[in-house]
Design a protein around this ligand. Structure first.
Ligand SMILES: Nc1ncnc2c1ncn2[C@@H]1O[C@H](COP(=O)(O)OP(=O)(O)OP(=O)(O)O)[C@@H](O)[C@H]1O
Length: 270
């Protein structure tokens, strides 16, 4: 559904700094795709390019990113190129950025932030009914309705992150991009968030792309994995296959450096 075709991405116009180098990638419908790699390898840049967010000075120097989004149940299909993806944000494509505290407005209650982020058609109806629907959705993931009345600082980091995940999924987008959604959270909270994302993906049968430098996270929930190194994809394939038999030296080092592989993959994944 998303095709990244020989794409080079970087920053700046006069002095172009290359961050992603001739990458080819397909994101299939109904899968969890992981993007791994060390800091600075280009993971976030690739995600922003796929999201179509050019606000940071990001520029696609060559290649194309195209998407085909089929709305569940209706049969409606939207085809677009990444420069036009902005029109599809929240509706078809949603993005969970790094750092929940910096994303949520500290001066605004959660409910208003959720509502403001929704597509216009969702905001047009009865407000109380919309709140009820949002509350029901949150409750489906163990979050109480009262979080809607809280300011972000009144929630724990894990709660805020779960709220962000729920907001991203509320309108049933076809593609959810999550950039380091569990970094800086303890392992128990991390696990809850990963399970929540798997649950959402199972229910909505959409595509989830998860960026993490933590291979343990990929092992637990991704179907397929790409490993980036210095702006290039150096390894790609089914996650279980890569862990069983990593081909690239960098991937071998990463896997060997894991303290131990958490044995919860089967439980977390289908
Ligand atoms: N807004 C920006 N302007 C200029 N250069 C940038 C910008 N954002 C990232 N870069 C550069 O692009 C390269 C790739 O960075 P990117 O953030 O995509 O890597 P990453 O793998 O996501 O790293 P991390 O895990 O640390 O977020 C780095 O050399 C970085 O310095």
């Amino acid at each position: 559904m998303i095709k990244v075709d020989n794409v080079t991405v970087g920053y700046g116009t006069t002095a172009f700094v290359k961050a992603v180098d001739r990458v080819n990638l397909t994101i299939n419908d109904n899968e969890i795709l992981g993007i791994a790699g060390e800091s600075g390898s280009g993971k976030s840049t690739l995600m922003r390019a796929i999201y179509g967010d050019f606000s940071t000075g990001l520029r696609i120097a060559s290649g194309t990113i195209t998407g085909r989004f089929a709305r569940n149940g209706t049969g409606a299909v939207t085809e677009a190129e990444s420069h036009d993806f902005g029109q599809l944000w929240w509706d078809q494509i949603s993005y969970i950025p790094q750092g929940s505290m910096s994303v949520l407005n500290p001066l605004m209650k959660v409910e208003k932030q959720v509502v403001d982020g929704l597509p216009k058609r969702e905001r047009q109806g009865n407000r109380a009914e919309l709140r009820r629907r949002i509350a029901t959705f949150l409750e489906g993931f163990g979050l109480e309705e009262s979080v809607l009345d809280a300011f972000p600082h009144q929630l724990s980091g894990g709660m805020r992150q779960r709220v962000l995940v729920a907001i991203a999924a509320f309108v049933n987008p076809r593609l959810i991009l999550a950039d380091e959604p569990t970094t800086a959270l303890d392992v128990v909270v991390q696990k809850k968030i990963l399970l929540m994302m798997v649950e959402i993906q199972r229910r909505q049968r959409n595509s989830l792309v998860l960026v993490s430098h933590d291979l343990g996270v990929h092992y637990q929930i991704t179907d397929r994995l790409v490993v980036m190194y210095q702006g290039k994809i150096v390894e790609a394939g089914p996650t279980a296959g890569i862990f069983a038999n990593p081909q690239h030296e960098y991937t071998q080092t990463l896997i060997a450096s894991l303290p131990r592989i958490d044995g919860t993959r089967a439980e977390a994944r289908r």
